[in-house]
Design a protein around this ligand. Sequence first.
Ligand SMILES: C[S@@+](CC[C@H](N)C(=O)[O-])C[C@H]1O[C@@H](n2cnc3c(N)ncnc32)[C@H](O)[C@@H]1O
Length: 315
Amino acid sequence: MTSIKDARRRLPQELIDSLYDTFTEPIVDKILYGYCDEKYTTLRVNTLKYDIHSLMNYFKQINIKFERVSWYNDALILKNAKEKDIQKLDIYKNGYIYLQNLSSMIPPIVLEPKEGEKVLDVAAAPGSKTTQIASMMKNTGYILANEVDHIRAERLRHNIQLQGANIIEVRESRGEILGDEIKDYFDKVLLDVPCSGEGIITIDNPKSIRGWSLKEVEKLSKLQKKLFESAYKALKPNGIMVYSTCTLNKKENELVIDWAINNFKIKILDLNLKSNSFINAFSDGLHKDIKKAIRVLPSKEYEGFFVCKIQKLAP
Ligand SMILES: C[S@@+](CC[C@H](N)C(=O)[O-])C[C@H]1O[C@@H](n2cnc3c(N)ncnc32)[C@H](O)[C@@H]1O
C-alpha cells in the first residue's frame, strides 16, 4: 500500500502547498491517508423499486457484510465486496440499488426535496443525486436535470431510466444561462458544480490527479460563481439551494459562498447532519455563517466534499 510519504512525492507540489496553506498538519496527513486508502464500496437502495430491509436480508443470504450509515437509512457500507462484484448482481442490473459514495448522498439529504416540488439540478450527470432526489420525492413533482456534456447527458438518461425515475426532464445546456430563462421558479436547486476534484484523488489512479492545477482551480471558481448566479435566479424567493463540490480548497468552496453572501440576498442555513467524519467549514475573515457549511475529509468511507445549504431571501 502507498505510504503518505509516497503520496507527498507523487502529488503536484502546488497541491501539497495548497493543502498546507489551508489545513493544519494533522488534517493534511488525514487527507493524504485518505488519498492512499482503498475505498469501501458504498451504495443506496433505490426506494422507487426496493427497500433497505429486503436489501439487507438479501446481502445476508449471499454473505455480503455491511454496516449502516448513522445519518441515512437507505445507505450501506459494504465490508467484503468490490463494486465489480456488485455490478454482477441482478439488483444492480435492474436498478434496485445505486453505487454511490456516501459523501455524494449528502447534498440531496440536505436539500430535503419533498413530494410534488419543482427541483432544478444544474449540473446533473451521471445522475447519482438526481435519481436520489427523485426517489426521495417518491416520483411526484418535477425535476429539471441539466448537463452541458452530451455524452454525460446520455449516461444521465440511461441511469434515470434504469432507476425508474419518471419525473425528470433532461436538458442539455450551459448551466449559466438557465437563470435568465427560468426565473423565480424552483422550490429547490441543487448546484453540484464542476470542480477540481481534490476530494476524489486516489494516489494509485494517476487519472484522478491529471487535471489538477492552480490555474484550473482559479478558472473553475469563476465558472462556479456564474453557475451560482444562474441557480439563484432560477430559485423561488424563500427557496432552498444546496451548493456542493468534491474539492477541498477554499477558492471553490468558502470563497464562492462568501462572494455569494456579498452579492445576493441569501442566508446560510444549518445542515442538521452530524457525524464525526464532517468538520465545519472555515469562516476566519469571512462571513461567520459560512461555518454552518461542512467539509468531509477523504477516508475509507468518504470522498472529500463540501456542502453548504442556502436560502434565497424574499426581495
Ligand atoms: C460534479 S459533476 C456532477 C455530478 C452529478 N451531480 C451527480 O451527482 O451525478 C459536474 C457536472 O457538471 C458538468 N458541467 C460542466 N460545466 C458545466 C456547465 N457550464 N453547465 C452545466 N453543467 C456543466 C460536467 O460535465 C459534470 O457532469
